[in-house]
Design a protein around this ligand. Structure first.
Ligand code: LUZ
Ligand code: MOS
Length: 751
């Protein structure tokens, strides 16, 4: 089934937040952000701004009726700054006016006096000064200290990777309406409607039932709207409540880029120990996560890093510590992969460094250490259904890895100013929210008396196709035409207490809840059909819009059956509640079974490097991916291809830069380069690994949102290898992204 929304998206008929018709007394908000990265507010003069034509009111922290606290995990973040500012762009005030233009003009008139303090931007420096967002955590297995002695080679190094801008096409926004009796309705572009509801309730001092959050769909999110849609939504709700008028806020692209957090940059020291036959005996690392000025989701992201530091390898002795460092940057946040890509970059860098020193291909080490069935992860979970070896051998069989390497070696031998590079990138990614208590979902299913179907779940459609998947599941369940199914908006009054649509688990969690609700209705309809036909309901089957009795079609159609059930006063609404089985985690021991299953895959990436210019082309991306038993290959393909390109962007060209005062230098698309059609590989081929798929995955079709992102890490190491081939005297470092400038410097670095 293709995505039924594809046509309405591409013809502009799908409604996004900005397409909601506005009421005529709507006001518009513009956020005034701190002009300084760190300082004390010594004065703020709003008079000129308030005198600007069209301005209604300017809100600051003193207007908040409830708590000035928007922290999702820990309470360390305000909606509006009080007496200190901790990053440039930190919201200080909200200007509300007749038009966005007037509000923006007024915001420029706000006169704020700040006594400057020194900004800290480097996570290592922050750690040195004791600025941590939360206590550091360490995951251990075996005994690294003892293990180093048994290693034939011990190699040390450092790896750094940069931030990444989400660049969702639709910027952050919200539209809030005063509703009956002091209630507020918020249309929000959020991945987490319940989070918006909960935080709005806290700030507005209302019970949660007075706040309704509705989400039609998002124009992209990638994690950027898991937590950071909230402040915009809560500000519009606050203004709507206090002014008793509808208030809309849509961030400009520049404000969005400057004010919101990004993927966390990490800086890590590593040590890796190998035996003569290239078995990794020990790995240790200390990682400095650049968290920005408040915790946001950093604690959970730190945790997912710790879960993914050995990627798809078995390493018997490991010890990894992550420090979550508080710096004067916007609070960094969720981004596709959620800390796992950063962890995987470090182990891949360690392997690349070891390979370089031992003068062997990295692939030799990678292959010698692939995870096997029943191996234990460093967090205590026993690996079951391990497919990494099979992904690799299929990849080799399909695409002849040895032949690709040989062609590259010959090319590099022959050419003067061009080099090619090769890398292998295995991926093992755990599926489930690492926080066990978030792994649950509900679905509400209505059968209408004409046979049409309305479905509400907690899943938010953000372009990933979850609505299409849910419609397909429902159509399969009732055996009806998918056109009968409507997936409703995600709304806190219909489905409450939801987890954000995140962690690649939107389809698994909400789809399984839908199956539970739907199957209850199917049983009920079979009873009705049994009564109508005077037979045992066990003989009844619903098949392609018809009722079958013992396999033979009857004259009862789907429509007739539903109508009859209605007339017989049978309830045609059901609710389903799903919780992921088995999973748990004990934080006091840092051990448990946090993931329902893992997604595996292996990629080969090759690049062509122009050694005069430092420019390059991604030539080939070849993948064998473990989709499980994919029930929608079209949507899964979109996620795979998009994820890989986004990963390649992070590793090769997307560079978020701040100056020493904490001012963002890359706040527009002329200074921040994302992959475009010209960056796409000339050859992009993938195969689906043939497997059954695990039970907890929706219809055994594995989660697809995040895992493919990490194949993109291979692009970095392919470039790394091409540079090494041109400049053998280069002392390799690991500092992503590998932009053309950095490539050029390394091609001629003779130190
Ligand atoms: N969000 C979250 C996530 O709250 N917990 C997670 O484990 C997670 N993983 C990936 C992406 N978002
Ligand atoms: Mo996410 S990084 O919101 O799954």
């Amino acid at each position: 089934m293709n995505n039924p929304e594809a046509i309405s998206h591409s013809t502009g008929r799908s409604q996004y937040l900005d397409d909601i018709p506005v009421l005529k007394n709507t006001l518009y908000g513009v956020i005034f952000g701190s002009p300084s990265a760190h300082g004390k507010i010594t004065g703020i003069d709003l008079s000129a701004a308030l005198a600007t034509p069209g301005v209604h009111r300017i809100f600051t922290h003193s207007d908040i009726p409830g708590k000035n606290d928007i922290g999702g995990i820990i309470s360390d973040e305000t909606l509006f700054a009080v007496d200190e500012v901790h990053y440039r762009g930190q919201p200080v005030a909200l200007v509300v006016a007749d038009s966005e233009h007037a509000a923006r003009k007024a915001a420029r008139q706000i006169d704020i006096k700040i006594s400057e303090l020194e900004p800290i931007l480097d996570p290592r420096l922050a750690k040195e000064k004791g600025h941590l967002l939360i206590p550091s955590r360490t995951f251990r297995m075996g005994d690294v200290t003892a293990a180093w002695q048994g290693c034939d080679y011990v190699i040390e190094g450092r790896a750094d990777c940069g931030a990444q801008e989400h660049l969702y096409l639709e910027t952050q926004g919200a539209y809030s309406l005063p509703a009956d009796n002091g209630s507020i309705k918020i249309h929000s572009s959020t991945q987490g409607p319940t989070l918006v509801q909960r935080i709005a309730a806290k700030v507005l001092s209302l019970p949660m039932n007075r706040i309704e959050v509705d989400v039609a769909r998002l124009g992209g999110a990638f994690g950027g709207k898991e937590d950071q849609a909230t402040f915009v939504a809560v500000m519009s709700a606050l203004a709507a409540m206090l002014l008793q008028r509808p208030v809309k806020i849509t961030l400009s692209r520049g404000d969005d880029m400057r004010m919101t957090g990004k993927r966390h940059p990490y800086s890590a020291d590593f040590r890796i120990g190998l035996t003569k036959d290239y078995r990794i005996q020990a790995f240790s690392s200390v990682m400095y996560q650049n968290g920005g000025a408040a915790a946001d989701l950093s604690p959970a992201i730190m945790e997912r890093t710790l879960f993914h530091t050995t990627n798809a390898y078995f390493i018997p002795n490991t010890e990894v510590t992550v420090h979550s460092c508080r710096t004067n940057l916007p609070p960094n946040t969720a981004f596709r992969g959620f800390g796992a890509p950063q962890g995987m970059f470090v182990i891949e860098a360690a392997i690349a460094k070891a390979a370089g020193e031992l003068k062997i291909p990295a692939r030799t080490i990678q292959q010698a250490n692939f995870l096997k069935e029943n191996d234990m992860f460093q967090y205590g979970q026993v690996a079951l259904g391990v497919n990494i070896g099979k992904c690799f051998s299929d990849l080799d069989r399909e695409f002849r890895i040895g032949k690709i390497e040989k062609e590259i070696a010959e090319f590099n031998e022959r050419e003067t100013f061009f080099r090619k590079g090769f890398s292998l990138m295995p991926v093992c990614f755990g599926i489930s929210f690492t926080n066990t208590s978030m792994n649950h979902a509900r679905a509400l299913v209505h059968l209408y008396q004409d046979g049409s179907i309305g479905i509400s779940t907690g899943a938010v459609e953000m372009g990933q196709g979850v609505n299409a998947k849910l419609a397909q599941v429902a159509a399969g369940l009732f055996s009806v035409d998918p056109a009968r199914v409507k997936i409703e908006t995600t709304n806190t009054t219909r489905v409450a207490n939801t987890s954000p649509t995140a962690a690649s688990s939107g389809a698994d969690l909400n789809g399984n809840a839908l199956l539970i609700a739907g199957n209850k209705l199917v049983e009920r309809l079979k009873d009705v059909a049994g009564q109508m036909l005077g037979c045992n309901p066990g003989e009844i089957k619903l098949h392609e819009e018809k009722v079958l009795r013992s396999g033979t079609p009857t004259d009862i159609t789907w429509e007739k059956l539903v109508r009859e059930a209605f007339l017989r006063r049978v309830p045609l609404t059901e609710n389903g509640h799903y919780t992921t089985p088995v999973i748990y985690f004990d934080k006091s021991k840092e051990k448990g079974h946090p993931f329902a299953y893992h997604v595996y895959g292996t990629a080969v990436i090759t690049v062509l490097l122009d050694c005069l210019r430092g420019t390059y082309k991604i030539e080939k991306v070849l993948i064998v991916h473990d989709f499980g038993n994919s029930f929608n290959p079209a949507i899964d393909r979109g996620q795979l291809e998009g994820g890989v390109m986004q990963g390649i962007g992070w590793m090769t060209m997307e560079e978020v830069l701040f100056n020493s005062e904490g001012r963002m230098l890359t706040d527009s698309l002329s200074t921040y380069k994302v992959p475009d059609i010209y960056s796409a590989p000339e050859i992009f081929e993938y195969r689906a690994l043939e497997t059954e798929g695990p039970e907890p995955a929706l219809l055994k079709s594995k989660a697809i949102g995040e895992p493919p992102f990490m194949y993109g890490i291979g692009a970095y190491f392919a470039l790394h290898n091409a540079i090494r081939s041109f400049n053998p005297s280069w002392k390799p470092d690991f500092d992503a992204p590998m932009t053309p400038e950095k490539v050029l410097m390394r091609l001629y670095d003779k130190k």
